[in-house]
Design a protein. Structure first.
Length: 319
């Protein structure tokens, strides 16, 4: 699992975007083009007030955008929540080697910068209920998100030894017994839920906040067929535990097994984010670990607290 973005394989510039638009969508070429926002897989240029241009940063992301272009247009016709919609598509040109897209622009801030308030939880629950419809057998398989819960254990095992030093800088300690107990509970439940469409990357950098209200969901490049617990697990990165009942009720109810798997997925995601060498990302991970009850404030005057010596055993059956 990579925790830092892979290097871009293309030199991005407003001039490149202007040329692509002039050649393929000339009616949009005169719009103002902002400086790029580069994510893990995509670079995005705001285009005027209401549009954006999205381009893959590396060849590994090109297939993701092709999948998004194929599936999201049709699926989004029945979604009622605010989301980034594909307005135009583009083909390779001007030295750019992959497909690209023009999408709608959602106003607001990233939820990573302006966390969602409690009233947004049921709105997120309703949005997930609209997304989680049966997915056909030829829906994309995401090697990270379409796998079963037990297959995520190596990611967790890899992250845990790196957490104590990261937590110490924040006055936090990991409780390895609580980690093992949560993980084992998640593994103990059935993992046979019908696979549905999932967003697959619903962290706070892909959700829009409008002064704390739910402003929409962006970046569908990881859309895939998977366990509904995946997106429900990502909710743990967006809301404190106290807001989960409202989100689950608005979703239409979440059975105990799915809720347990979602907790396990939330744990893996939080642990991974907590190791990222970027403060805003790591802070989200640690905040979630505290909410999950597996991290604690360091006792005044010394390391103290459960788990201060780091993980004492690995997660998984038989811990």
């Amino acid at each position: 699992m990579m925790t830092v973005p892979p290097p871009a394989e293309v030199v991005f510039s407003r001039g490149l975007v202007r040329t692509l638009l002039t050649d393929q969508h000339p009616d949009l070429a005169d719009r103002e083009i902002a400086e790029p926002l580069e994510g893990f897989d995509m670079a995005m240029f705001r285009l005027g007030e209401d549009l954006a241009v999205r381009l893959p940063r590396h060849r590994g992301a090109a297939g993701s955008l092709e999948s998004e272009l194929r599936w999201v247009g049709a699926l989004s016709d029945r979604w009622t929540f605010p989301t980034q919609r594909i307005v135009r598509s583009g083909v390779p040109g001007a030295g750019f080697p992959w497909c690209w897209a023009v999408t709608s622009w959602l106003p607001g801030e990233l939820a990573a910068d302006r966390p969602l308030a409690a009233p947004a939880a049921p709105e997120m629950g309703r949005a997930l209920a609209e997304i989680h419809r049966p997915a056909p057998a030829d829906a994309p398989f995401n090697s990270e998100q379409s796998v079963r819960l037990a297959e995520r254990e190596p990611i967790l095992r890899d992250a845990l030894p790196r957490l104590p030093s990261s937590g110490a800088a924040r006055g936090l300690t990991l409780d390895p017994d609580a980690v093992a107990a949560l993980w084992n509970r998640a593994l103990a439940v059935p993992d046979e839920a019908p696979r549905v469409w999932i967003h697959g990357d619903l962290h706070p950098f892909n959700v829009i906040s409008r002064n704390g209200a739910f402003g929409g969901i962006i970046d569908w490049s990881d859309i895939a067929r998977g366990d509904p617990a995946v997106d429900l697990g990502f909710l743990r990165l967006l809301f404190p535990a106290a807001d989960m009942p409202a989100a689950h009720e608005a979703y239409g109810g979440v059975d105990e097994a799915t809720a347990a798997r979602a907790l396990g997925i939330g744990l893996v995601k939080a642990a991974l984010l907590a190791t990222v060498p970027k403060e805003t990302v790591a802070d989200i991970g640690w905040r979630t670990l505290v909410e999950l009850g597996v991290a604690n404030r360091t006792a005044p005057g010394g390391p103290g607290g459960p788990g201060s010596g780091g993980p004492s055993r690995s997660p998984g059956t038989g811990c």
